[in-house]
Design a protein around this ligand. Structure first.
Ligand SMILES: Cc1cc2nc3c(=O)[nH]c(=O)nc-3n(C[C@H](O)[C@H](O)[C@H](O)COP(=O)(O)OP(=O)(O)OC[C@H]3O[C@@H](n4cnc5c(N)ncnc54)[C@H](O)[C@@H]3O)c2cc1C
Ligand code: FES
Length: 258
């Protein structure tokens, strides 16, 4: 699969909240080749910082753009958030294995937590309406992309930890009810590790296929430096180490040793 590296122009740079930013970049070949769940590796500044990995949130093949949504966490994302439309960004991508295994299913439920929600938007879109979303946030101020999911999903459930928006509780509370009453063909999840672990356990309990997108600190982004090692299981159930950047970030939940 081709990987591109170039300076690409930012066509829009918006703020979704005090700490979350929403960028679109014009990158024709990259947009044409990208799959849902893949990520880009971005140089955030001219200073000597490693690239930072950010998931692709939407792929617009007609307008040759990709969209990504990121939270300002540390120095890299702070510098990135200062970029404006018209600036260029040096991007390496598309990288990693996305949610391509989901193409074998006709319908799905996506389960996202916090800043893990963005990559699931393109996944949901790929089901042409045959996808429901369960999205969880700390509180109403942290809620992002809900209208975007309503535009492309059959049903959208929102949970907040403090009850300030949607159902008071965790995504797994809503997912459990869904699995009891109307189990989906497949689950795709992205969010904090503890959420992924609990989603995977529920999927196993109800015998539903599940794919999770993992996060690890990254160096090279292409399988050469070992920074992003994660614990997985081989076909015999023995522990091995995989690279989140090149073996993932999307894994069959059964493979992950949480
Ligand atoms: C495949 C992949 C996709 C990602 N997609 C997105 C996305 O769509 N939107 C988004 O906002 N973020 C995403 N991230 C996380 C993003 O890469 C980090 O937030 C970013 O690298 C932080 O860089 P920084 O220089 O701002 O912060 P740093 O100064 O490097 O770190 C700030 C804080 O964030 C923590 N941190 C940094 N990187 C990670 C990480 N990978 N996992 C857990 N904690 C981390 C650090 O421990 C520290 O507490 C993704 C990460 C991966 C691996
Ligand atoms: S980031 Fe270098 S091997 Fe994954």
């Amino acid at each position: 699969m081709a990987v591109y590296q170039d300076d690409f122009p930012i066509v829009s740079a918006e703020k979704l909240s005090d700490t979350v930013f929403d960028f679109k970049v014009s990158c024709p070949q990259l947009a044409s080749d990208a799959f849902p769940g893949q990520f880009i590796h971005v140089i955030c500044s001219a200073e000597k910082l490693l690239r930072r990995p950010i998931s692709i949130c939407e792929i617009d093949k007609t307008n040759s753009t990709i969209r990504f949504v990121f939270e300002q966490r540390g120095e890299g994302t702070r510098l990135l958030s200062g970029k404006k439309a018209g600036d260029t960004l040096n991007i390496l991508g598309p990288l990693g294995k996305g949610f391509t295994a989901l193409y074998a299913y006709d319908s799905a439920v996506v389960v996202g937590g916090g800043i893990g929600v963005p990559p699931l938007l393109e996944v949901a879109k790929s089901f042409n309406g045959a996808c429901d979303a369960i999205l969880g946030f700390r509180n109403s101020e942290a809620a992002i992309l809900i209208d975007d999911f309503f535009d492309v999903c059959g049903d959208v459930s929102v949970t907040t930890d403090d009850g300030s928006l949607g159902t008071h509780g965790f995504v797994t509370d809503v997912l459990r009810k869904r699995l009891e009453n109307d189990p989906p063909q497949v689950i795709a999840a992205c969010g904090p590790t503890i959420m992924l672990k609990n989603v995977a356990a529920l999927a196993k309990m109800y015998n539903v296929d599940c794919y999770v997108s993992l996060e690890e600190r990254m160096g090279c982004g292409v399988g050469a430096c070992l920074v992003c090692a994660c614990r997985t299981r081989d076909e015999n159930g023995d522990i091995k180490h995989s690279h989140v950047c090149s073996d993932g970030p999307v894994f069959n939940a059964e493979e992950v040793a949480f």
